[in-house]
Ligand binder design. Sequence first.
Ligand code: ADP
Length: 497
Amino acid sequence: MKYLLALDQGTTSSRAIVYDDRCRPLAAAQKEFAQSFPKPGWVEHDAIEIWRSVQETARDAIAKAGIEASDIAALGITNQRETVLVWDRKTGEPLAPAIVWQDRRTSEYLSALREAGKESLIQQHAGLLLDPYFSASKLHWLLRDIPSARKRAEAGELAAGTIDSWLIYKLTGGKSHVTDVTNACRTMLMNINRAEWDPELMALFDIPRAVLPDIVSNSADFGTTDPEIFGAPIPIRGAMGDQQSALFGQLCASPGLVKCTYGTGCFMLAFTGQDPIASKNRLLTTVAWKIGDQPLQYALEGSVFVGGAAIQWLRDGLGIIRTAPEVNELAAKVTDSGGVYLVPAFAGLGAPYWDSDARGALLGITRGTTAAHLARATLEGIAWQVTELLAAMQKDAGRAITTLRVDGGASASDLLMQIQSDFLGIKVERPKNVETTALGAAMMAGLGAGIWKSVDELTEIREVERIFRPSTTAKDRRDHLKIWRKAVKRSRNWATA
Ligand code: ADP
């Protein structure tokens, strides 16, 4: 029996899962770590604490599975993307806390770049929109803020990287300083067409090449873990950013296949194949994956900031439910939202609007409105945002999308999934294993280790649990979408007033 170990390093916790050679999960461990908010809009992580949590969860999962490190054929990493740090190549010590993807400290710096007319250069070279979300401005900030960092970076004394890169460095005992192409493409320093560090972008953000890792495929030889760490060396054969890993875990491997992860936010990726598509609808062009020396594959990506978090707001903010799953019972008490619309723009609106000044709006309330209507409007508000993302994807991809593959915590809601199918007018397909992020990393590692020869061989592993089919007419959908868009209009530009 050959086992695979997936390390899922997320924003709030690290998880490790041991799989058998048919990708059935055998044991898992999870550990939360501290979030630090030193100033308004700043979010930092202690990279050493992350590293410890990864080792602990990996050891726990191996022990729970009742196996030894030497039984593991390969290890795959998946991680929170865009979060970046700088460390000393000699000591392996970080020079400062990692700046997390949510951190907005570089907004002003980026506004200056926007005013200087750099946005189109960035979209053309990186496939991204000018936003603090991505790593480049954060790395620029670190190299400017840490005393003599830029000089030391130029001299090759420092290393920088996203979390994949940091973990691979630590796991290999400092032997490999690499990053995979899906993480690299989110830094805003990689050329999206060539999958290489882009000289113009490095110059724009003043980042020396010497500080950056080498860019490698998602399934490759990343090195071997230092035997001291787990008691025996484990080959690292897969690494990819969390959303791409979920896309792969859902086996969305031909054009037209789309997945949406319903977590705190909602992340939709559409696999588009070998040609990068430049979005006309404010979506991002991103690398889907690269397997060994096969051609690069691309995807379009869009995200909604508040997805399942809107359900948490019903629970923690309003107290009308005690647990997240209770939203379903409450919403099921009514057959529709009674004309109530909730636009969950609590943190602005993501794609396709990108309006950071939008704020939440609750519209259409009458004397007859109840908590049940509000619960239903909340589920609908999540589904409407996802509906708009899919419409943008469809326009950019220039093809009809016929099925949406779903995963993430809130995809457990049958009601939400049925509403989603009704709004989209297409099938919504939920797999048996909704832990697709870790699964994608395990599958990638298995490919790298030669357990499977091709992606086609993996199709047997994916099992569908349930398909939701639309029960609405095209006219219903158009009429409702119009009202939703009217509600969105009223939520926009609120914070500027
Ligand atoms: P993340 O990875 O972003 O932390 P998860 O994938 O764990 O998120 O999903 C958690 C979200 O799913 C929460 O926002 C919660 O409100 C929602 N959620 C969890 N279970 C259910 C359920 N049964 N019905 C509806 N929403 C749910």
